[in-house]
Ligand binder design. Structure first.
Ligand SMILES: [Zn+2]
Length: 301
């Protein structure tokens, strides 16, 4: 199986590494101008496909300038060891909170494998970044030096405290700032996976993104959108809608797990992914969100 690669605008490519041998699970982005930046490396199981796709465009590993790891969740970063040894000159851009996970990803990996059932065995291992690659890790930049292109590295910690996004001119590579992958009654399901989801910060991240007046938003789950204001507004409205649903079900006396199961009945996904996977991931997000709502309510009291 090959990765699917699509040029979404001049020199900007979306790479779908076909995780679980199917499209629609995760999108990586490859920017070729003025520097070569791979935004997220994907899991280890698809690392060879990603390398092959980029080499197919005519680039060698040594020509990659930056590996941008948005956050250290396994789907986004599990292939870092393989990809970093291929891209042997690349600086590895991460959040300061990610650095220790690159040398010891066992906690991140364990969290994934304990939640994802049979899919855990299909994501590959998560090898730590070699000590010889560590000097290439950079966690303190607020922008990438890209000449006259405006670039900003933005901490977006609502989804995970170790998430960073990349703004390039009017485009935001937004990782998991929002997702369009799952909908509950046609509202976007937030990327609220426990334990690191932070509800107030998640809203702040979306407000920040909205204020950037973007003309393109690229997210990991899934794809590039030329109507970012619309999508971000939809994500904010969906949060309010979902919170209302959660609060009324909690008021009826349902437990968090029961609230999640009730809401899951309205689940649909675009693009279609495996139903069992969708159920697992959506339920995790719902539990994370419900806990977030409970936490915010208890802090207000
Ligand atoms: Zn994530």
């Amino acid at each position: 199986m090959e990765a699917k690669i699509e040029e979404i605008s001049d020199g900007v490519y979306m790479i779908d590494p076909c995780l679980f041998d199917s499209m629609g699970y995760i999108a990586l982005y490859f920017i070729t101008q003025p520097k070569r930046i791979l935004f997220d490396v994907g899991p280890s199981v698809t690392a060879e496909r990603v390398i092959h796709a980029i080499e197919g465009l005519g680039y060698k590993g040594e020509q990659i300038d930056y590996l941008f790891v948005s956050h250290v969740h396994v789907e986004h970063s599990g292939g870092i060891s393989k990809i970093a040894s291929w891209a042997s000159n690349a600086k590895i851009i991460v959040s300061p909170a990610s650095v220790r996970h690159l040398t010891d990803p066992s906690k991140m990996y364990q969290a994934y494998t304990s939640s994802y059932g049979r899919f855990a065995s299909l994501i590959g291992d998560y090898q730590p970044l070699s000590q010889s690659s560590m000097p290439r890790v950079v966690s303190t930049l607020s922008e990438l030096p890209l000449g006259d292109r405006r670039s900003r590295i933005i901490q977006c910690v609502g989804h995970a405290h170790h998430q960073v996004c990349l703004q390039l001119d009017g485009s935001l590579l937004g990782a998991d700032i929002l997702s369009t992958q799952f909908r509950i009654n046609d509202q976007l399901l937030p990327t609220s996976t426990p334990p690191s989801f932070n509800y107030p910060k998640y809203t702040e991240d979306l407000d920040t993104a909205l204020a950037l007046n973007l003309d393109r938003l690229m997210v990991s789950h899934y794809g590039a959108f030329d109507n970012p204001t619309e999508i971000i507004t939809k994500a904010l409205d969906s949060l309010k809608w979902l919170r209302h649903q959660v609060e009324s079900l909690l008021k009826e006396g349902l437990l968090a797990d029961e609230v999640a199961d009730t809401l899951l009945k309205g689940l649909n996904c675009t693009p279609p992914v495996d139903n069992e996977y969708a159920q697992i991931k959506a339920k995790l997000s719902l539990i994370g969100f419900i806990n977030g709502v409970i936490k915010v309510r208890s802090e207000k009291v």
